[in-house]
Design a protein around this ligand. Sequence first.
Ligand code: ADP
Length: 607
Amino acid sequence: MPKNEKKKKQSLKRIVANNLKMIGKISKHSPQLVLLMIGQGIFYGAANSVEMLFLPLVLNALERGEPFEAFIPLFALGLGAIFLRWSYGRLNYLYFRPWMVNRLHYRMHEEIFHKAMEADLACFDDPNFYNDFVWAMDESEGRAVKVLENLQGFISFIISLGSTIVIMMTVNIWVVLLLLLRSLLSFLLNKQWIKLGERRAEEQKPLGRKAAYVNRIFHLSDFAKELRTTGLSGNLISEYDRAKEDELQVNLSYNKKYYLLDWLSTALSIIPNCVIFVIMTVGLFSEGGGVTVGDFAIVISQFWRIGYMFDNFGRYFNGFSENSLYIEKYRKFMDYVPTVRSGDLPVGAFESLEMKNLSFKYTEDGDYVLKNVNLSIKKGEKIALVGYNGAGKTTLIKLLLRFYDPTEGQILLNGTDVRLYDLKEYRDRIGAVFQDFKLFSATIAENVLGRPVRSEEDRRAVLEALSRITFENKLSDLEKGIDTMLTKEFDDDGVNLSGGEAQKVAIARTFVRPYELIIMDEPSAALDPGAEYALNHSIAENLKGQTVIFISHRLSTTRMSDTIYMFDGGRLIESGAHDALLEKGGKYAEMFEVQSKNYKKKEASAS
Ligand code: ADP
């Protein structure tokens, strides 16, 4: 972080603005919680003042030789303040607060989910954004409560401070000044303490990230197979050990600094206290010292507490400033404006799709992943994008779906730049199944439909879509049919599908609605030959009027495509029908030749 940026972030104005912003946000979700905490702050401050006043009032009454009856209202006031503070505090702490905090937590989390959905896909490639995003997910609500706690403490502190200064000024002004000096020192030391914490967190961050990665690998089922077969587990465990060992060293070096700072802080708080003790004692025992037994008793019995209260000023101020740093991150995340924005044109029926001089790179200083691509697709056409790994095929699909916008050039739908269309409407017209598709912990029907089943018609549509991809055999094994839950996250009776079965459910998503454009990235990668045949048959029979874009290496798929586009190193190098490209004898023919040879070899060794 550049130095001046850090300074700017920590300016008083920024600290106040950030804390107020968070209080505003909490008020929106749970105004009762804000009122409760502010009320508690005022109440505690008032109770503290009454407790403080109690002793001087009693001593004064004693000095005046008041009768016992005069003490009864004083005792009632003191005890009442203690009791009310205790009972009000417990009621809030054990009953109202947990309920309101829970509600605040889930409402804030809901807002974060919506924000995450808005974020550009590119954000997830950026580790800084990703870290802020994970932080916002994990911690923002906790931090929101800390802001309120700090505010509550601060209000209570200000009220107590006011009454304390008034009482102490009547006793001895030097005592007040010394206490102020003591708290100034403790404020400065507290600042150092926080700085140390920030530096330690900064040093630990990359180590923590490494350890968290290894942690994830060992508990996520996605990696369980590779861990057991690749032998990489040993390396990962060593990396984990190293990260943890380094973390330990960082901790150790900071613990020494913390110890020294703590020692200094204790010494600096004891010295002014001793000076106050000497001033009061000398004043009491010297003639004309101006200190009465009552004054002496007040200062000696209260100055530890008053000193502690003054110290709190530093704590509250530093608390606001520490919260501000975190709120800054939260604001950065919540104020993020996506670069992929929606236009406002309604989307007309699909007629044609065109890519014009399309170029793209993922990062400003990165290499072009697509360069000057020109192609056009007509309604009802089946096209295949082919090429070796890394040629740019998936990137082209990501641009088509507007996960990213082109660096140069345009994508035109019916002759209009897709950036001008309403984004949701545009995406809703495209059915896509990705190579790394994901199924959710929901029923099979919900996974296919993309929403809850609402009618018999919905059920029929799901069954029809699944039967087109030969999933009915599996369905007949499942007691609850399309209402079977996938995965066991939400239901112990949930089912884990095999790779091929899961791919069928993902493909069924594109069959369940009359999408105008369907994109299938390696749709038959996990399918057996029977299911692959059924898929191709279904595409030929049922998607006649629909436009389909395949990314596929399978000849069975490319052969049935009207046009094949061959990519190499981000450039479109050949296009045409299967037979024409074979005749041309270019790169496509070369790839086809290798595949046919391998296929023949496999057949020969099998016979
Ligand atoms: P294909 O689908 O043809 O295998 P891709 O479109 O997935 O190729 O990838 C094309 C190039 O873009 C590759 O060099 C890949 O490393 C790079 N690439 C893909 N995704 C990203 C990303 N999120 N950030 C940076 N580079 C990427």
